[in-house]
Design a protein around this ligand. Structure first.
Ligand code: AFP
Length: 326
């Protein structure tokens, strides 16, 4: 990825360097994932992480790769990860380092051992004030305060997709030259799509509105392009990437016993919300714009509806009981 290919990064050499370091993580992980079955990185570490999930060896490999690549970069004063209870602080880089990075180092962990798509998600924020070294609390910021966000997609090809607030751009890794080359410029998401992405195994745990919305999507109606097709990969990044290009909606809604849903606000919802909004889409809790949610703690969860603006608005109306019964 050259700076010429990233006109929106001309203003900030540091931000360009930070995204190039994310690209380096992408190249290293793509190499490991392509050989995963040969280099003994399948299976679990036996540990349970702060999310209460069994840690996959590849979760650990991905987390360590981000830490190693950014440790020596001098670009960060703090790094928080979905895999780590506490963030890593870099006081040695303070105050010249302007950025703090939040990551989901490997998204879709249930796919690691069966060669299904995987991703990594990143969000970049700046310290609230410049007069003191940031603390853990300074990392919990509203999505609207991000200065960069995006993801790595490890699918048939490896991609880096990001925004710094001037639209959404995509780069594809050319393994032949080991470089990310621009493949998608100023991506725009259609107002409505033809697919919905949800774990319907949870259907009976969902609140009424979410159930009614998915029922509505299955009813045949040519005028509104229904029924929509179900597409769920187990990897949020892969499902959102499809929706970013073709339209549609991904939903992991509130459940009666888990009103906060499953997905992590700071590591998953905020960065993907900004990418999708920058492409003309929307991201909501069902009640509120994701990017306006005031974070209370680092590993906070949030219900997520994300995708085409028209589809997310429809889903919100059902969830808010404004369209009873479909
Ligand atoms: P992991 O990365 O912990 O596997 O979670 C994946 C994820 O956050 C997202 O990528 C998936 O869409 C969703 O959770 C899968 O959750 P279910 O297994 O409950 O459907």
């Amino acid at each position: 990825m050259t700076q010429k290919q990233a006109p929106d990064l001309v203003a900030s050499r540091e931000l360009f360097s930070l995204l190039s370091h994310v690209g380096l993580v992408g190249k290293i992980l793509a190499q490991d994932l392509r050989r995963a079955g040969l280099i003994h990185v399948r299976g679990t570490t036996g540990e349970v992480n702060i999310q209460g999930e069994t840690v996959k060896k590849l979760d650990e490999v991905a987390n360590q790769t981000f830490l190693k690549v950014f440790d020596q970069s001098g670009l960060l004063c703090a790094l928080a990860s979905e895999e780590m209870e506490k963030p890593v602080l870099f006081p040695e880089n303070w105050p010249q380092a302007k950025y703090m990075l939040l990551i989901d180092p490997l998204d879709g962990s249930s796919n690691t051992d069966c060669n299904m798509p995987l991703g990594a998600i990143f969000s970049v924020v700046k310290p609230a004030s410049n007069d003191r070294m940031p603390t853990e609390h300074d990392l919990a910021r509203k999505g609207s305060e991000q200065v960069a966000a995006g993801y790595l997609l490890f699918g048939a090809s490896t991609m880096l997709v990001y925004t710094v607030g001037q639209g959404v751009h995509g780069f594809t890794l050319d393994p032949g030259i080991g470089e990310f080359l621009q493949s998608h410029e100023l991506v725009r998401i259609p107002m409505h799509g033809k697919v919905y992405s949800a774990n319907e195994g949870n259907y009976h745990k969902w609140a009424t509105g979410a159930r009614q919305y998915v029922d509505y999507l299955k009813i045949s109606d040519t005028a509104t392009g229904r029924p929509y097709s179900g597409r769920y990969s187990g990897c949020l990044v892969a499902d959102v990437h499809r929706i970013l290009l073709d339209g549609g909606i991904y939903l992991y809604p509130a459940e009666q016993k888990k009103p906060e849903g499953k997905l992590r606000l700071l590591y998953e919802a905020n960065p993907l919300a900004w990418v999708v909004e920058q492409a003309g889409g929307r991201a909501s809790t069902g009640i509120q714009r994701i990017m306006d949610v005031e974070p209370k703690q680092l590993h906070q969860r949030v219900p997520l509806l994300i995708g085409s603006a028209g589809d997310v608005s429809d889903a919100e109306e059902f969830i808010q009981g404004k369209r009873p019964g479909g």
